[in-house]
Design a protein around this ligand. Structure first.
Ligand SMILES: Nc1ncnc2c1ncn2[C@@H]1O[C@H](COP(=O)(O)OP(=O)(O)OP(=O)(O)O)[C@@H](O)[C@H]1O
Length: 463
């Protein structure tokens, strides 16, 4: 009898619960050990009042029921499809135990009709599909356009660097690309992204120097709508890069505060948006670039050593253009714009005299500077050849007359010939004695040695 009392207690608790629970999509029926109904709040689903069914065997009231079975076996049955009055419902059946003894079973229906569940599924499916569509749209919007084929070079060092980067593109390790401004750091970063498994995912570039320090955090992490920001939500670049690459350009100019936050993300692979305490998983690869001397910045306490080690897993150093001048002719070929005002000029090329000038410049702005020079020249030139006069003013200083095959100006060549003749004469007059020759020329002996070597002068005049 004790267990009947227990069932009674359960019944009154459930009645209280039904007042506070959402009973619109939720109902409960309890049977005793014999399968007789003791609690019934399925009223709204089956249009049968409790007074009509209480005490009746559940098998007489509910079609396809198994509650009486669960009240015997004690084995719960969850999320079962049950057809009642031509309607599918999802039913849970749970045995009720009292001091370890089965005294009945409780049945719950969560959804009135599986059509509702179907509708919910199709709504979820629609949301998922539009989510997929947005994701591929984001990947399209943030596409990396360059591949390794766009890195043009004939320089051995650059060819090996390209091959090395093709290998590291296959891993997801962090990369730190270093090089002067305009050497092609972003070009390499994009090629690495496109050469690896993340190619179809977004490539998100963030210029840490261009974004005001205070804004950088919101750009990277995003924020959730709160009362304080008028409910506005922003997806951060770290989240947007989902499975792709985050390219942190000018990393050296990131504030110490942001460096600490970035380090935490790289270590835990998760982050918190401002205004939210939920963690967002960080799933992208990081490629950073800088033209700053980071080691010096570490010494000067402007850059965190731990972040440096975390990012500099694979260091990539791009040489400046002046150290790979044999790339000039090829770069000129690919960087000359072959159209002007919409007219195609496929055969536009650089005249030899112009090339000689380009060889004399030290290109502090590297490939970007060269591209700008060629773009400007292509605009001002109406012939098929870019001539010295099409070059900007600051390059005209190298244009001191027609140049020789080795790229020296005629003026420079004349000076060298004169120097060579004077030194040869002095050496001859002094039977190859360099000290005497230097005295005769009125120059330091060290300068004479340098000139002899630079001008490749024969020094054996003793005989
Ligand atoms: N080897 C190359 N072949 C073809 N184009 C190149 C090469 N290197 C650089 N470029 C071109 O030069 C320009 C500058 O390159 P990029 O922007 O990648 O340089 P960067 O080192 O990232 O510059 P910054 O330090 O200013 O950010 C781009 O237009 C790029 O396509």
């Amino acid at each position: 009898m004790e267990h009947e009392l227990y069932l009674e207690k359960l019944k009154s608790s459930i009645n209280i619960l039904s007042d506070i629970l959402d009973t619109e999509n939720y109902g409960m029926c309890i049977v005793d050990r014999q399968g007789r109904i003791v609690v019934w709040n399925y009223e709204r689903f089956f249009h049968l009042r409790a007074s009509e069914v209480l005490g009746k065997p559940v098998t007489e009231v509910l079609e396809n029921t198994r509650l009486h079975i669960v009240a015997k076996t004690g084995k719960k049955e969850l999320f079962q499809l049950q057809k009642i009055n031509g309607t599918n419902v999802i039913a849970n059946r749970i045995p009720i135990l009292y001091h370890g003894e089965i005294i009945g079973a409780a049945g719950t229906i969560i959804f009135k009709d599986t059509r509702e569940l179907g509708e919910l599924y199709s709504r979820i499916e629609k949301v998922e599909n539009s989510f997929k569509a947005y994701r591929s749209e984001i990947a399209q919007m943030y596409r990396a356009k360059y591949t390794f084929n766009d890195i043009h070079t004939e320089n051995d060092k650059m060819i090996s660097l390209k091959e090395f980067c093709q290998v590291v593109a296959q891993s997801d390790a962090s990369i730190l690309i270093r090089g002067e401004s305009g050497t092609g750091k972003e070009l390499f970063a994009q090629a690495i992204h496109n050469g690896g498994a993340s190619a179809s995912y977004p490539f998100i570039s963030i210029d840490c120097a261009a974004i005001p320090k205070k804004q950088l955090e919101a750009e990277l992490f995003g924020y959730e709508g709160t009362l304080f920001n008028g409910g506005e939500t922003k997806i951060g670049k770290l989240e947007l890069a989902d499975q792709g690459t985050v390219f942190l350009d000018e990393l050296g100019s990131m504030s110490l505060d942001m460096q600490a936050k970035l380090l935490r993300v790289l270590e835990t692979r998760e982050f918190e948006k401002s205004g939210s305490n939920k963690k967002t998983v960080f799933k992208a690869r990081v490629i950073a670039a800088t033209n700053e001397d980071l080691e010096k910045a570490i010494e000067e306490k402007r850059f965190r050593r731990d972040l440096y080690y975390r990012i500099n897993v694979i260091p990539v150093q791009i040489p400046p253009l002046r150290e790979r001048m044999n790339d000039l002719p090829r770069l000129c070929r690919v960087l000359i714009p072959h159209s002007r005002y919409g007219y195609s000029r496929k055969n536009l090329n650089v005249a030899d005299s112009t090339m000689k000038i380009l060889f004399q410049h030290s290109w502090p702005g590297n490939v970007r500077e060269l591209r700008n020079v060629l773009e400007r020249a292509a605009i001002v030139c109406s012939s098929q050849e870019i001539l010295p006069e099409h070059l900007p003013e600051y390059l005209q200083k190298y244009n001191s007359g027609p140049a020789n095959a080795d790229g020296k100006s005629a003026y420079r060549q004349e000076i060298e010939n004169l120097e060579r003749r004077l030194i040869q004469n002095a050496l001859q007059n002094n039977h190859g004695n360099k000290m005497e020759a230097a005295r005769q020329l009125g120059i330091q002996r060290s300068l004479l040695y340098k000139k002899i070597s630079d001008l490749d002068i024969k020094t054996d005049y003793s005989k």
